[in-house]
Design a protein around this ligand. Structure first.
Ligand SMILES: [Zn+2]
Length: 280
């Protein structure tokens, strides 16, 4: 089967869940496109990608380009996030969702590592990202029960209360959109950086540290009930190849041409399982 055929099957299954970004009406498959009742039409590309985004002129991002995403994929595939992937798969296996939405899915590598450990292969995972380059790469995985869609994280092309579980992996998020699309009993798996995340790289480049963990956590506590929190901290050794992936995958390195001389890298993350507070 071709990628576009997989995409059509997946998008057909998502009937009643994905909506037109203009008029919020349901989208239906018509030949190789998604169409709403008002005839807004979104082509599905050969790569299996569809742009459900209001602006017709999707800007190319200078930082988040294909090269960055390929290096990120290589870095992730080298095992640095295995522990967090296993934990997320475990949480999903316990919660048995039907529909998962990854808000800020990029090139989809985290998702596919998570999907590979799922017991239920019928769970449908939607990756959503503003980057066309990222989504095109993520649809390399379209043979799995995965489809990447280009969309606005601040105006999700997703119907109210249709998603069972949201993944938000080291990506900014729009909380009101999360609350809108998530079912009442739905949960959010949110991964945020700890202070030591990529510490060696930031130290060698003299880049300021991430936002204070306590501030992030207080913001989370204001909006969500924290059902569980896991802290995952590992330091890995780096060879030249892995260092090269790391340097080229991070927006920290934008406009920096020197290769930092570091031998190890710390992957330090907080993983939260969240439920939206009552009354929202
Ligand atoms: Zn429409």
């Amino acid at each position: 089967m071709k990628k576009i055929e997989y995409a059509i099957n997946h998008l057909n299954d998502l009937n009643g869940i994905i909506i037109c970004p203009y008029c919020k009406e349901d989208l239906f498959i018509r030949e190789n496109s998604l169409v709403c009742v008002k005839n807004h039409t979104f082509n599905i590309s050969k790569k299996g990608s569809v742009v459900l985004y209001k602006t017709s002129k999707l800007k190319k991002d200078k930082i988040y380009n294909t090269e960055l995403f390929i290096n990120r994929r290589n870095f992730i595939n080298s095992g640095f996030y295995n522990e967090v992937h296993s934990k997320i798969s475990e949480i999903i296996n316990e919660n048995k969702p039907n529909i998962i939405l990854d808000m800020g899915s990029g090139e989809g590598t985290h998702d596919i590592k998570i999907i590979d450990n799922l017991k239920d292969k019928n769970i449908k995972v939607i990756g959503l990202d503003l980057s066309k380059e990222g989504i095109d790469l993520s649809n390399d995985f379209i043979e799995k029960n995965y489809v990447g869609i280009v969309g606005d994280l601040n105006q999700l092309p997703i119907k109210n209360k249709t998603v069972d579980l949201i993944i938000n992996f080291l990506s900014p998020s729009n909380e009101s959109e999360m609350a809108r699309v998530l079912k009442k009993e739905g949960i959010i798996i949110k991964v945020t950086p700890k202070a030591e995340y990529l510490y060696e790289l930031r130290k060698s480049l003299k880049i300021k540290s991430y936002e204070n963990e306590d501030i992030i956590e207080n913001n989370i506590k204001n909006k969500y009930d924290i059902l569980k929190k896991y802290e995952i901290v590992n330091t890995y050794s780096l060879d030249k190849l892995l260092l090269n992936y790391l340097v080229k995958m991070t927006p920290l390195m934008n406009n920096i041409n020197i290769i930092p001389d570091i031998k190890t890298i710390t992957i330090a993350l907080n993983l939260y399982v969240l439920r939206i507070k009552d009354g929202r």
